[in-house]
Design a protein around this ligand. Sequence first.
Ligand code: PEP
Length: 266
Amino acid sequence: MMPSMREVIVAANWKMHTSPGDASELARTISARTRVPSVTRVICPPFVALASVRDALAQDDPDVGIGAQNVHHELQGAYTGEISAPMLAGLATWVIVGHSERRRDAGDTDEIIGLKLGRAVAAGLRPILCVGEQLGDREVGRQVDVVRRQLTGALAGHAPSALRHGGLVIAYEPVWAIGTGRNASGQDAAAMSSAIHSIVEDAWGDTRDDTPVLYGGSVTSANIAEFLAESEVDGALVGGASLKPDEMAGIVARAGLTAAARHTSE
Ligand code: PEP
């Protein structure tokens, strides 16, 4: 599949923001301002707001995907405070796995992230697998090595067909760009996206990887065009700006231009 035919996705990671009440209102506002054909929209509120966001959008805008921000790698057990994939049934159809904030704060390793990926897909949750290097890695030119290690670790042991069928999405999120206001360049994102496809092809032993690759890291309505101008970039995972309806409206509108151009060239 040519890069130009891949799905265009804008996913909102609300992190630890919004109460259930705030979240339903914000979801309604964002949904009303982002009805752009052919862009896949996903909102990932905190666990406690999944039900209110689902209910808020069920009638008006069921096209918005609802995602969890994490999932546990076991199905059940003595894991106080954790949520397993089957528990998300009816609440979410997407899930973020391997976010750098969880790698940093919750000790998520590549192996654990791989297990989460398997649980997500088995439960019918579409995974957004996050990878990305630290600033120090980039400064010494090791960014692709780091992402290769993260990806091969997470993909190990999973049948390519299961992940493809499960709708795997990969988000390249350089850690130094997350929440810092310092975004990567469009060219950096495109180069890493190409590297990610090669790594996935090597891992899967095939030559036509069509996994959507998003960029994440201080994306705003002012810089989204730089990323989506690159045919290798299939959308964005948006943190801080995703809490602002004006920002989301601008980001999704720009994504709509890319989606329309891809459809025209099909
Ligand atoms: C994120 O949380 O995935 C993210 C990219 O955050 P921000 O857009 O705030 O950098």
